[in-house]
Design a protein around this ligand. Structure first.
Ligand code: NDP
Length: 302
């Protein structure tokens, strides 16, 4: 186990800080050797408060890592045509290497059409169908950030995941499916469970690596966890605590699951911080590919 795991808890915040430090070093190296700095454009449409916080955090982390951050906060009544025009501009910009459109978009805009309009080589969220295809057939491409973070977190508990049985609960295009591909690449035997899975507790109990990406607070009970398993909790659920205040919890009943797991990610402080860290890594990878230079050695193994 790496020193990121303390008392069985995988510290996503600490790992994210470590990844960000490496990205900063890589940015400095690119600037010195090749004379360019990676740039990330984040586009937000509307006033959703949670999205505003995410966008602000992404911008702050990008500049902290020494990269250029371009933020576009567009009004809620922005038309699909106007948004597509903005994306076309960003696709053409030489300073912008990564483009992220914050989801969800207002109902009058077709999110799939917008994602399809992003240059796949700048699609740092890895949601474009070309990148999904590249991942499926094992070609280099941009991979969604949350699944990338999940694999790195699991590897803190066990560097070699080869041969382990992995159960992922949730089959979304942004978490469950790409994570299944990544864990296959790590030579895990992968099961994807979902709302129609029969006897989910029994399926979960098979897992050496158990990932919950559902969006149901405390769905995974302690006795769903195999003794010694690695548990990665992707869920982010806002619930009311005993004191009446809102707090964030995951999809796993943390206190119970911790008794049986060898290592487990907390919520908050697990997968969440890693998602932003991997966005920085993806921006770096995209910038290097667009300038046809190698990704700096400091990022090897990430
Ligand atoms: P989706 O709603 O797209 O997918 C949820 C999945 O869970 C679906 O596949 C659904 O099955 C399955 N599901 C729902 N209910 C059950 C159940 N009772 N038993 C088993 N499976 C069930 O969610 P996302 O993948 O977008 O997100 C999942 C969670 O992860 C959310 O809480 C989200 O906030 C969080 N998240 C966190 C991120 C982070 O950075 N930490 C990033 C992205 C997401 P079916 O397909 O059959 O409907």
């Amino acid at each position: 186990m790496s020193d990121i795991v303390q008392d069985g808890i995988i510290d996503g915040k600490a790992l994210a800080a470590r990844v960000q430090e490496k990205v900063s070093a890589a940015v400095a190296e690119l600037k010195a050797r090749h004379g360019f700095v990676p740039g990330l454009a984040v586009v937000l449409v509307g006033e959703d408060p949670a999205s505003r916080v995410y966008v602000r955090n992404k911008g702050r982390r990008t500049t902290e890592a020494g990269m250029k951050s371009f933020e576009y906060q567009l009004p809620a009544d922005t038309t699909e045509e106007q948004l597509l025009a903005r994306i076309a501009e960003l696709n053409a910009s030489r300073e912008v290497h990564g483009i992220l459109v914050q989801l969800p978009l207002p109902k009058h805009i077709d999110a799939a059409k917008v994602i399809d309009a992003i240059d796949p080589d700048k699609d740092v969220d890895g949601f474009h169908v070309i990148n999904a295809g590249r991942l499926a057939v094992g070609k280099p491409g941009l991979v969604p950030c949350t699944p990338l973070g999940c694999v790195l977190l699991a590897k803190q508990a066990r560097a070699d995941l080869s041969g382990l049985e992995a159960v992922i609960i949730g089959r979304s295009n942004i978490v469950g499916k790409p994570l299944a591909q990544l864990l296959l690449n790590e030579n895990c035997t992968v099961i994807i469970a979902h709302s129609r899975t029969r006897d989910l507790p029994a399926v979960a109990r098979r897992a050496d690596v158990l990932v919950a990406a559902v969006g149901r607070p405390g769905l995974v009970k302690g006795d769903w966890v195999k003794e010694g398993a690695i548990v990665i909790d992707v869920g982010i659920n806002r619930v009311e605590g005993d004191d009446g205040k809102a707090r964030l919890v995951g999809d796993v009943a943390f206190a119970e699951a911790r008794q049986r797991a060898a290592a487990i990610t907390p919520v908050p402080g697990g997968v969440g911080p890693m998602t932003i860290a991997m966005l920085l890594v993806n921006t770096m990878r995209a910038a290097c590919a667009q300038h046809d230079v190698m990704v700096p050695e400091v990022l090897a193994g990430i």
